[in-house]
Design a protein around this ligand. Structure first.
Ligand code: ADP
Ligand code: MG
Length: 244
């Protein structure tokens, strides 16, 4: 890992979807730098390209133009296998619909990405148990997702994202499937754990309640990112309000 380089550095990224002769320009010159340990929130109207940008940061989608560096690695210079390796080793994902494997316990769901990185099984299970304890689910290790609430499922997903000790957490609408209380609780946990562990986070949301958890807020509009209003409450008071 290239420690002194920013976890995210995006320069002049363009992306147009083309389907059946119809071109949909989405990103039209996006620039973004997120420094180590920062929490950046990307907001903007539905269809503005937030998920597209997050997929590009997550190496799942390539831009048409421009450069993307994750922890100093220029994605445009990596082949598919190297991008997959980078994704597994440096990035943890949280999705709107949790994306847990229904046939597996909470513990095994968290251990799967560790196994993909060839961590020995005992070590992976131990790490997974610790990650679940950190999100308050020490008593649910062997529960299957169908026996967990939505809030608990998203906490399993957060544990899964953090267990690999990634440089970067990417979350796409992480509270959209949760009610207000559980959404705030999830964000408080995400913010506290990423701060404690020195992780960097990019969170996409159109939920205005999330803005106060951010160090910096950007708004995507007309294919470009602009700096938006600063969050009103500090991270700590927002997290404490929810967690105490
Ligand atoms: P957001 O996450 O901000 O709602 P998206 O990045 O999902 O926005 O989508 C941006 C625009 O690109 C929308 O107009 C959407 O319909 C279009 N789009 C997204 N994915 C595809 C795709 N795979 N093929 C064609 N158009 C797409
Ligand atoms: Mg989206």
């Amino acid at each position: 890992m290239k420690a002194n380089l920013p976890p995210v550095a995006v320069h002049n990224v363009h992306k147009t979807y083309r389907r059946g002769g119809i071109a949909t320009p989405v990103l039209q010159g996006v620039n973004l730098v997120v420094g180590h340990g920062r929490c950046a929130v990307l907001t903007g109207p539905s269809g503005s390209g937030k998920s597209t940008l997050l997929s590009i940061l997550g190496t799942m989608l390539s831009p048409d133009q421009g450069s993307v560096r994750i922890a100093g690695h220029d994605l445009g210079r990596l082949d598919a296998a190297a991008r997959t390796r980078l994704r597994r080793e440096l990035i943890g994902f949280v999705f709107q619909r949790f994306e847990l494997l229904r046939g597996l316990s909470a513990l095994d769901n968290v251990a799967v990405p560790l196994a993909l990185r060839r961590m020995p099984q005992r070590a992976a299970q131990k790490r997974a148990a610790e990650a679940l304890a950190a999100v308050g689910l020490a008593d649910k290790l062997h529960s299957h997702p169908r026996h967990l609430s939505a809030g608990q499922c998203q906490r399993v997903a957060l544990a899964r994202a953090l267990a690999g000790e990634p440089e970067l957490i990417l979350a796409d609408e992480p509270t959209a499937s949760l009610d207000e209380q559980h959404g705030l609780e999830l964000m408080g946990l995400l913010r506290r754990l990423t701060a404690e562990q020195g992780r960097t986070a990019v969170i996409v949301t159109h939920d205005p309640r999330i803005l106060r958890f951010a160090d910096v807020v950007y708004r995507l509009a007309h294919g470009r990112l602009e700096t938006a209003e600063r969050p009103r409450a500090s991270l700590i008071s927002a997290a404490e309000e929810v967690l105490t």
